[in-house]
Design a protein around this ligand. Structure first.
Ligand code: NAD
Length: 298
């Protein structure tokens, strides 16, 4: 299988490398020549242009920053220049409308298209253990699964075009809300004189249990290793969480869904980002709520 891979950033670099490791011929392109050089050292072939990367590929995978980049790459390069009948899979996190628009344009031009955003950060991208949520034509799902397999722990069918993106933003809205709730609960527990490791054990086995408590505890030295144990560096950046919460609010406004906690989460993450924590892990919400975040900047 010949793969055209466009967007070799924090996520795409590891994903393209895993395709090459699985023995696939990968034609890799990015606007950054350093990113292409890195892909070549990981076993991919460097393409001189996006057009070259897609012209002979059976499957084109894109991993770009946001909706505008995806729309323009589809309009200018994929739809006019991809191989006839190619399967186009966008793994970027983008707005549902853009995902539906590019899939419709691709189908009208005779391509097969799917949105397949991912859950899991750069460590999962490097390890080939991402979770993919797929929106597209059900008839294409098996081929999408086969194409994504070297990068995946699991590939889940979400529904028709845009459903993958809908699943991604709903999941991340829930994650943002649950992380803030978790941080509030740990901050209150501390003020009440309850030790964090005791509250961790109790909440993990009680009805407050959630992924933010059990698997990504925001308290240093409590629970499994998380960004809290390394000064809230690495992990899932506050700016990324804010991007996903904004997408969720835009989608909610368009369809008239009431998401008051999602709106509050967006406002709180916007404040955290504006105060200098855009690149710190999103669990830095805890020191911030406690008024202790500025020491992370020193
Ligand atoms: P990134 O900014 O590191 O990488 C994006 C890459 O796309 C860059 O290398 C950039 O040069 C390239 N690019 C932009 N426009 C291009 C174009 N027209 N042609 C070719 N290359 C182009 O971003 P990332 O962290 O890799 O994230 C990619 C996507 O995955 C985003 O939509 C993000 O929301 C999503 N995501 C990221 C994470 C994470 O932890 N980083 C987790 C889940 C999902």
């Amino acid at each position: 299988m010949r793969i055209g891979f466009i967007g070799l950033g924090n996520m795409g670099a590891g994903m393209a490398a895993n395709q090459a490791k699985a023995g696939r011929e990968v034609l890799a392109f990015d606007l950054s020549s350093a990113a292409i050089a890195k892909a070549i050292s990981a076993g991919c072939q460097g393409a001189a242009s996006a057009r070259e990367a897609v012209a002979t590929a059976d499957v084109v995978i894109t991993m770009l920053p946001a909706g505008p980049q995806v729309r323009s790459l589809y309009a200018q390069t994929l739809i006019p220049h991809a191989k006839a009948g190619a399967l186009l899979i966008d793994c970027s996190t983008i707005d549902v409308d853009s995902a539906r628009a590019v899939a419709a344009e691709a189908r009208a031009a005779g391509y097969r298209a799917a949105d397949a955003p991912v859950s899991g950060g750069t460590a999962a991208a490097d390890a080939g253990t991402l979770a993919f949520m797929v929106g597209g034509d059900p008839a294409d799902f098996t081929d999408v699964q086969t194409a994504l397999a070297p990068m995946a722990r699991v590939v889940i069918e979400a529904g028709t075009s845009g459903a993958g993106q809908a699943a991604k933003i709903c999941n991340n809205m829930l994650l943002g809300i649950s992380m803030i709730g978790t941080c509030e609960a740990f901050a209150l527990a501390e003020k009440l004189g309850l030790a964090a490791d005791r509250f961790f054990e109790i909440a993990s086995k009680s009805s407050g249990q959630c992924w933010s408590v059990t698997s990504y505890c925001p308290v240093e030295g409590v629970g499994p290793q998380t960004p809290a144990d390394r000064g809230y560096q690495g992990g899932f950046a506050t700016a990324m969480m804010l991007k996903d919460l904004k997408l969720a609010q835009e989608a909610a406004a368009q369809v008239g869904a009431a998401t008051p906690l999602g709106a509050s989460a967006e406002a709180l993450y916007a404040l955290l980002a504006a105060q200098g924590f855009a690149s710190t892990d999103f669990s830095a919400m805890l020191p911030w709520l406690k008024g202790e975040a500025t020491k992370l900047l020193n």
